[in-house]
Design a protein around this ligand. Structure first.
Ligand SMILES: C[S@@+](CC[C@H](N)C(=O)[O-])C[C@H]1O[C@@H](n2cnc3c(N)ncnc32)[C@H](O)[C@@H]1O
Length: 381
């Protein structure tokens, strides 16, 4: 076994969405990471194996946790191919395991991300072929090993993706309706809202229930990767199954019951309500999420409630005029029927924030899944 970069330095990289940095940093600290340093759309941090397994299993905010194998100056395609062959790929793969590569190249002599990924793939395949005449297969959907190649300003880094794929895919979303938000974005919104399960939470535009399911996981202390079947760290040469089993068992034993009536929501669409129920059923039996079909205009209103929601926005749902009218009416609903509550409204389109007609206490830009949105907090007196 060689000394790979993550083994020599104990350093990893966590990737997250734009605007999620304060939540990501706090989460890393809480999960025991040390030497946390800001990088581009993420953080470098140090951790021992127990802490790393714990972070991959529990993070609600990060979309990827990467273990770097090799970092090098890379000015040409030839050099990328040659240097990638310095890694003994049999440390990570056998002929019966599959792999895939996600590549990202910017401001470098190598310009094409896809081609860079192809070169890394060729280096791996050729190394196996030279030794055994056979090669492991590529599986882009469910690979056993997902590698990350990042080249920025001619500095390359090859890493193992420890989640084995984006961690926003929690595994509970079997059904969705139009414009579902990424699970990591929903978790970030909840974190920024400061909701800790101390008072009821309601989403009046719940769609497929991403905010509700994330609230349920948070209140039940359910590890974010509870439903995940494959992890990239299983392919590391120093993977320790007994340490991983201890981490997983301990985390699974720390789940708690979610009180009835704590997490509720509604949506005008029957499909949405069906989707929330299907998604909720994927999660452990620790309580309920109560949902019903309702137009928000017909709701009685809420006091002492944390309202967290993502109303329709023009690009994907309805036309802008309709959305503008709906937001104005939702603003009136909050003002007139929700005194004593706080509302956290995520607009998938930043320009819609002023349409509510209420002055936000704060605004926090959040970019994820192609959305350039903003979260606003309203205190309803
Ligand atoms: C942006 S989507 C919410 C997506 C959700 N956050 C998710 O992750 O699935 C907005 C939702 O508002 C619902 N909606 C539109 N008009 C409504 C109304 N008048 N009352 C209640 N829900 C409404 C739509 O059916 C849609 O599901």
């Amino acid at each position: 076994m060689s000394d790979y970069l993550y083994q020599k330095t104990g350093q990893y990289f966590g990737q997250l969405a734009g605007g999620a940095e304060p939540c990501g940093e706090a989460e890393l600290k809480q999960l025991g990471a040390t030497n946390i340093k800001r990088g581009y759309l993420g953080f470098y941090f140090c951790a021992d194996p127990v802490t790393v397994y714990n972070i991959v299993y529990k993070t609600r905010i990060f979309s990827r946790i990467l273990a770097p194998l090799l970092a090098f100056d890379c000015h040409s395609e030839k050099y990328l191919y040659k240097t990638a062959q310095n890694i003994d790929w049999s440390d990570f793969l056998t002929l019966t395991k599959t792999f895939a590569i996600s590549a990202n190249v910017a401001k470098s002599n190598i310009r094409n991300s896809q081609y860079a990924g192809q070169l890394l793939k060729d280096a791996i395949v050729d190394q196996f072929r030279d030794k055994t005449t056979k090669r492991p297969d590529v599986d882009t959907r469910f690979p056993d090993l997902l590698l990350n190649l990042y080249i920025h300003e001619n500095k390359a880094r090859i890493s193992v993706d420890l989640g084995g794929g984006s961690l926003h895919k929690r595994g509970y979303r079997t059904e969705s309706v139009e414009a579902p938000m990424q699970e990591t974005l929903a978790a970030t919104i909840l974190q920024l809202s400061g909701w800790n399960g101390e008072r009821p939470l309601y989403d009046p535009f719940c769609g497929s229930g991403t905010l509700l399911c994330e609230a349920f996981m948070k209140a039940g202390n359910i590890p974010a990767a509870y439903l995940r079947r494959k992890f990239g760290f299983l392919r590391l040469p120093d993977f320790d199954a007994s340490v991983w089993n201890q981490v997983k068992t301990k985390a699974n034993n720390e789940t708690v019951e979610v009180p009835d009536d704590l997490i509720k929501g509604s949506d005008i669409g029957a499909d949405a309500i069906k989707a929330v129920r299907a998604n909720r059923n994927e999660l452990p039996e620790l309580g309920t999420i109560k949902v019903r079909r309702a137009d928000f205009h017909d709701l009685e209103g809420f006091s002492n409630t944390t309202i967290v929601t993502n109303p329709p926005y023009g690009i994907r749902l309805g036309n802008t005029e309709q959305v503008t009218g709906l937001l104005k009416e939702f603003g009136d609903f909050l003002k007139q029927k929700c005194t004593g509550s706080s509302a956290f409204v995520y607009y998938g389109d930043k320009t819609l924030a002023k349409k509510l007609g209420l002055k936000p206490e704060w605004k926090h830009p959040l970019t994820a899944g192609g959305l350039d949105g903003v979260l606003c907090k309203y205190e309803l007196y």
